[in-house]
Write a protein that binds this ligand. Structure first.
Ligand code: 13P
Length: 261
């Protein structure tokens, strides 16, 4: 049995409105030549949500709309926040939660990550839950423990039905934006470990179907080797998702790897 890959572009806080529009148009035009099995998701800054949903909602669109963050709260007096029901209202289908940049700069704890996931799941959105260790934790050999704790504090609190609608992104912090990618073997080792944690809690079938994707300096040159690993179901792409050509090559790599395994 095989399953198709997923490639998610996380634009982070980049691009003017015009640049965002151009990037979406370029990606859309390039993808129109393809018959894709790979699922593609674009996650722009929230203020550009409608740009992406407008394109993603076209009948022959080859990508889905996602965002990078959501409030842990319901609607109400939370100045500056955007709720999961608003995302659902705008036809956003995916949302990243628990990215290490949000954990580091905005105090997003595992408790908050869990609340955000539940908000999204209640609105039928798909959370993309990020986990991963920093360089000190990797060097001291604690990386498995760190990731296990993150999974236990978030994913393990979901019902099986919620788990089936959740994507896990393994993003080693030392590989994010550094140009230093995890080797395919390092990615596979951790992602097979994560799958074994899912299996322990939710059983073999849920573990098999759970999407576990890799993020951290993934680019057109290394994507195929990483995506060809048996437990790597695709990628969460930062910098390389801002260049249409490069992003398309990563999608091509996912397509090739998806046919191989
Ligand atoms: P880079 O691909 O720029 O390393 O970023 C990865 C990431 O954080 C995606 O969420």
């Amino acid at each position: 049995m095989s399953k198709s890959k997923i490639v998610i572009g996380n634009w982070k806080m980049n691009n003017s409105f015009d640049e965002a529009e151009q990037l979406i148009t370029d990606i859309e035009e390039s993808l129109s030549d393809y018959q894709l099995d790979t699922e593609v998701v674009l996650c722009p800054p929230a203020i550009y949500a409608e740009l992406v949903t407008d394109h993603a909602s076209l009948e022959d669109s080859k990508f889905y709309a996602g965002l990078q963050n959501v409030s842990e709260y319901d609607n109400g007096a939370y100045t500056g926040e955007v709720s999961a029901s608003m995302l659902a209202n705008m036809d956003v289908d995916f949302c990243i939660v628990g990215h290490s940049e949000r954990r580091k700069y905005f105090g997003e704890t595992d408790d908050i990550v869990l609340k955000k996931m539940v908000q999204l799941l209640n609105q039928q959105l798909i959370p993309v839950m990020c986990c991963g260790e920093n360089i000190d934790e990797r060097k001291s050999g604690n990386h498995f423990d760190v990731v296990q704790k993150q999974i236990e504090a978030t994913i393990y609190k979901l019902t099986p039905e919620q788990m089936e609608r959740t994507i896990i992104a393994y993003e080693p912090i030392w590989a994010i934006g550094t140009g230093e990618t995890a080797t395919p073997a390092q990615a596979q080792e951790m992602m097979s470990f994560i799958r074994s944690l899912i299996e322990r809690k939710f059983g073999t079938e849920v573990a098999f179907y759970t999407y576990i994707i890799y993020g951290g300096s993934c680019n057109a040159s290394n994507a195929l080797n990483i995506f060809s690993q048996p437990d790597v179901d695709g990628g969460l792409i930062g910098g390389a998702s801002l260049k249409a050509d490069e992003f398309i090559k990563i999608i091509e790599a996912a397509e090739t790897a998806g046919k191989e395994n």
